[in-house]
Design a protein around this ligand. Sequence first.
Ligand SMILES: [Zn+2]
Length: 233
Amino acid sequence: MRLQKLREQVLEANLELVRRGLVLYTFGNASGISRQDGLVAIKPSGVPYDELRPEHMVVTKLTGEIVEGNLRPSSDLATHLEIYKQFPNVGGIVHTHSEFATAWAQAGRPIPCFGTTHADYFHGEVPVTSALTAEEIASDYEKNTGLVICRRFRELNPDAVPAVLVASHGPFCWGRDVSAAAHNAVVLESLARTAYFTTTLNASSLPIAGELHDKHFLRKHGSAAYYGQSKHK
Ligand SMILES: [Zn+2]
C-alpha cells in the first residue's frame, strides 16, 4: 500500500474534525498531498467515521484518476484538486459544514478580523466566494467550486489566509499539511463563533487596528516570526 504515513495523517485529520464537533454524520472531508509523488489521499465518500481505516483512504492523481482504493473518493475531491493545482504551498485541505463558519457563508458575509485570535491565523478577513452560476452548478459542480475559490484568491495570498467561505455552503481550509488544515478549521470555527457574538453584542464593532493585526500575524508567520519555540534547535 502506498503513502501509508499520508493515509494515517489524513485519517487522523478526519477524526480530529469529529472530536472537535465540526462534522455531523459523514459531512466533511480532509485530504493530504504528496507533492513529490503528485498523489492525493482523501477520505472515501459516505463511510462512517468509526469504521475508517488508513487503507480506506482513496489515493488519486491530480487529474482525479484513482491510483489505489476500492471505495469512491469524497464527492468534493475535484474541489480539493483545484486548490492543490493552484495553491502550490498547500499540503492539506479540510472541508466542513461547521455551524458558525457556515452561518457566515450562508449570510454571504466575510468574517472581519475583530481580534488577535483571528489575527494570529488569518492576515485579513476570511473571504466569501461569489455564488456559482447556474451553468457552474449544472456541470462539473465540484470542480467549479474549486475554481470559484481560486478566483476569489486572485488578489489574496492563500498562505496568509488559509480558509475561504464558499457562498451558501461552508468553509474550506488548508495548511502546509492536513493536520495544519484541520487545526485551521477548528480555529476558524472558534473565531466565526466569537465574531458572531461580537457583532451580536455590538453591531458597530470595528475590525482590529491594522498595526495590531500585523503584529499578531507576523510574529507567528513569515521570516521574522518569533512566537513559540525555535524550529532550528
Ligand atoms: Zn460541503
